[in-house]
Design a protein around this ligand. Sequence first.
Ligand code: GDG
Length: 470
Amino acid sequence: MTAADFVVVANRLPVDRVLDADGQESWRTSPGGLVAALEPMMQAAGGAWVGWAGQPDLELDPFTANDIRLIPIALSEQEIAEYYEGFANDTIWPLYHDVIAPPQYHREWWEAYVTVNRRFAEAAAAAVAENGTVWVHDYQLQLVPEMVRALRPDVTIGYFHHIPFPAHGLYAQMPWRDQVLRGLLGADVIGFQRAQDANYFLAAVRRRLKYDVKSSVVEVPGESSTHPALVKAFPISIDTAPYRELAASPRIQARAAEIRESLGNPKHILLGVDRLDYTKGIRHRIKAYSELLRQGRLHVEDVTLIQVASPSRERVDAYVTLRDEIELSVARINGDTDTMGHSAIRYLHQGFPRDEMVALYLAADVMLVTALRDGMNLVAKEYIATRADNRGALVLSEFTGAADELRQAILVNPHDIEGLKDAIMTAVEMPAGEQGKRMRALRKRVLENDVNAWSSSFLQALADARAARA
Ligand code: GDG
């Protein structure tokens, strides 16, 4: 097997395994922005991607799909429960999202996390060519940079963190706080979504490890010498082309009209699209909306909220509870306010193909993004990318990474229910001229700073790090 100059390491491979009726296996590319952004470069560089195939106990040999070499990592049922559902999604995820839900600290989960991180690191170290580059992604794999560096000191290592990094007062809770910092500091470039995340990380490094930090570079002590680690914000974005193309297609526009029609052509359609996750502020959104209906500031004949809550992490307790709470409140509000012809909330606990998502974006007059904490929030950017007619209003939580860039949105603190209600009313009542002015500015920002701009800037930082090493 020839070694790859460029290796991506992420929890999931960018493909899903599908079995046809005869049990024949094939692989379908998953439509994530990350693959889209890296595909051309991976194909040109003969890149490899190390990741889990998404099913337990699947021992697979490396294979090639779309000219990218895929290196599957096997995880047992128990490892999925302890490393992935446990440490990643029930310890790190709530802790890094400001403890919106209580993080669970279990020593066995941590041990599984170390074991699985080592498996990913060993696979990456075996796959990468002499003086090559490894780019590690996200909170499931925070120990991989240090592990790869120990195995392969010749390699340049990048790490990108897709979720927030918390302030020290919260981070300090974690029993393995120093090990995780050291794990990340194995990288030459450590990217975060927001300047605030980078600053919190640097503050933790100063306080906990007492390493020397000069502006945004940490001098990381090693066995024989130190290496610099650049810590910086690289705000992620979307591949805008498919969103713009679908939004321009007569077929999708007809579907958007059909969606409006099927809801009884209300004056205003509000839309929320989220994984069903407690970080997304779905309950706060529904509470604000239901009070507006109850107080008569909105009327059920005039307005419908479409809430897509795509199923997520259904084996983690906090998600089971959240689903019950949301579904109870949706049923209550609809029960209290619906008429025969009109429904207050059209709630969909389903995943949809991208075509349908774009039709929903086109059908929506107001997009509600009310996350309590969110690394970036790509949904906000997708909505903007589809609004070629410059109509529509975006209500956007201050606690998303996107709020740093999308300043012309209606920015809101979702904890402030009165403020959220006013923001929804501002969006619903915003005159077309004002919508147009804001949407033009938002579109300029999103179209000029797409996912290619993001990956290019990160890869440039890695190239600079490699040049500095040489
Ligand atoms: C993490 C960070 C950061 C959702 N439901 C369906 C569907 N989606 C798509 C959306 C969007 C993506 O999933 C969700 O991305 P977000 O950014 O909104 O949120 P997370 O999943 O939490 O992502 C986040 C991101 O990583 C990237 O760094 O922005 O802060 O938490 O693209 O459209 N897509 C389809 N059907 C669905 O039902 N097709």
